[in-house]
Ligand binder design. Structure first.
Ligand code: NAD
Length: 484
């Protein structure tokens, strides 16, 4: 079993206290993770502060950007190591991780390294009473030491989505990966050293949330801003910690995302898109679709086509040929998802397909597997329609009118994403503009342009990241006024 250490000031740090990471595939122990206490977190924050004042803070922007671009090729050289680590921690298919998680994990450094070199400056000339005038210009300065708290569903990708812009803007970071996925963040420490990123710029501390590394990090007064991706209720706890010291937060939180399918859609493309949005990464995608509203004339056909697609998904281990769905990340999460499967049945849902645990051979029977599941026959008030399950499951319901479906799609505490499927362009624009969510896709899902704003409305988040919006969070503007 391998040891996963903290990464502090450019060194791997063991601790006396450790916890075991289990494989999602068969629950076998795969790693001993060294848990950071308050002392390690303090050391990490101090190292980050020293790097900010020292070598990193003094680097010209162009050199900083070049170092970050070096990370892209360095991750590429270690591609197989990252792939193996990510698949071992999450159980996701290699095909998915090799197309999404690892390349995007690397691309996040390039996008922001490019962007930081081309930030426009604000500049104003103003009159003064003596007639000589003044010049105002604003410069962007790093915010300081950023606390980065990450979830387990897309571990490397979501972590570098924050670390990339934070470092590009000249900050230093202390990252707390999810306790379920400690490996790739730690591996990135090795790559940081290989590339020559100065010690203390990137630090990783391992542990849990409350009364552990997560809470110790957010409570630490040396953290200047907190960026967090995870559950909405965790966001509430972190916001309370951030309030001490009035530190800014950027939150990417949960969702209960609808898809709206009009009868005039391209049905093949819609089925393909809805299968991906409901079942990709075993439904553990914040942007995933757990509610599908289908215009009534298409309803029965749609349900049968979606069922056939779900039943054709091959469930298995990451490196099995043709696998499209792995296990859930942990037994704990499996229990949560299965509790919703039971609840749906108790509430009288029609289980179109799935609803339980797939039969798995031998030791795999110990793993966190669940079936892809489709329900119909439950109303908008049911917990199945309202609560984020974060599993490979979706509730399909019919609708009759455009106004009705907009109201129902918006009838949620969340507001992260929505996809609209129609061939009618006017309707697509009209509906998209009325959806209360940070991201709306038309005839697609999870098409991402990294320079565009990403984030959620309502309880799905605070702020936007991506492109210049990340730069807004990770920098502070300083106005300099010169009397001429
Ligand atoms: P989680 O909130 O349970 O944990 C996320 C991280 O927060 C972990 O590292 C955890 O250890 C830490 N944490 C927990 N309690 C804490 C506390 N009190 N103080 C500090 N840190 C604490 O989320 P998860 O189960 O890892 O991830 C799934 C959730 O993430 C889902 O709700 C999903 O929708 C959301 N998510 C959102 C986005 C997005 O972009 N909006 C992306 C991915 C995942």
């Amino acid at each position: 079993m391998k040891d996963i250490h903290n990464f502090i000031n450019g060194e791997f740090v063991a601790t006396a206290r450790q916890f075991t990471k289990h494989s999602p595939m068969d629950h076998a122990p795969i790693a001993r993770v060294h848990e950071a206490g308050r002392d390690e977190i303090d050391r990490a924050v101090q190292a980050a502060r020293a790097a900010l004042r020292g070598p990193w803070g003094r680097l010209p922007i162009s050199e900083r950007a070049e170092l970050l671009k070096g990370l892209v090729s360095a991750i590429d050289r270690r591609f197989d190591d990252f792939l193996e680590a990510e698949c071992a921690d999450t159980g996701k298919p290699r095909s998915l991780a090799s197309h999404l998680d690892i390349p995007r994990g690397a691309a996040n450094f390039k996008v922001f390294a490019d962007l930081i070199n081309s930030v426009p400056a604000e500049f104003f000339e103003s009159p003064t009473p003596d007639g000589r005038g003044s010049l105002n210009y604003a410069i962007r300065r790093p915010v300081g030491v950023i606390g980065v708290i990450c979830p387990w569903n897309l571990p490397l990708l979501l972590m570098t989505w924050k670390v990339g812009p934070a470092l590009a803007c000249g900050n230093t970071v202390v990252v707390k990966p999810s306790e379920e996925t400690p490996q790739t963040a730690t591996l990135l420490g090795e790559v940081m050293n290989e590339v020559g990123i100065p010690a203390g710029v990137y630090n990783v501390v391992h542990g849990f949330g409350p009364d552990s590394a997560g809470a110790f990090l957010t409570e630490h007064p040396g953290i200047n801003a907190i960026t967090f991706t995870g559950e909405t209720r965790t966001g509430t706890a972190i916001m309370q910690a951030a309030a001490r010291g009035t530190r800014p937060v950027s939150f990417e939180l949960g969702g209960k995302n609808p898809a709206i399918v009009f009868a005039d859609c391209d049905l093949d493309a819609t089925i393909e898109g809805c299968l991906r949005s409901a079942f990709a990464n075993s439904g553990q995608v914040c942007l995933g679709t757990e509610r599908i509203y289908v215009e009534r004339p298409l309803f029965e056909t749609f349900v049968q086509r979606l069922k056939a697609g779900a039943e054709a998904l091959k469930i298995g281990c990451p490196d099995e040929e043709g696998v499209s769905m792995g296990p859930l990340v942990s037994r704990e999460h499996q229990n949560k998802v299965l509790s919703y499967y039971r609840k749906a049945a108790e509430l009288g849902a029609t289980v179109v397909t799935g609803g339980g645990v797939p039969p798995m051979p031998g030791h795999l029977a110990q793993g966190a597997w669940v079936q892809p599941t489709i329900w119909t026959g439950l109303g908008d008030d049911s917990p199945i329609a309202r609560e984020e399950i974060f599993g490979p499951c979706t509730l399909v319901q019919p609708f009759d009118a455009e106004d009705e479906v907009i109201r129902r799609a918006n009838d949620t505490d969340y507001g992260l994403a929505c996809s609209i499927w129609t061939q009618n362009l006017s309707r697509a624009h009209r509906v998209a503009a009325q959806i209360e969510a940070g991201l709306v896709w038309v005839n697609s899902w999870f098409l991402r342009e990294l320079r565009s704003p990403f984030g959620g409305s309502k309880q799905s988040g605070i702020g936007r990241e991506g492109g210049v919006h990340s730069l807004e969070f990770y920098t502070e503007l300083r106005n300099i006024c010169i009397k001429l």
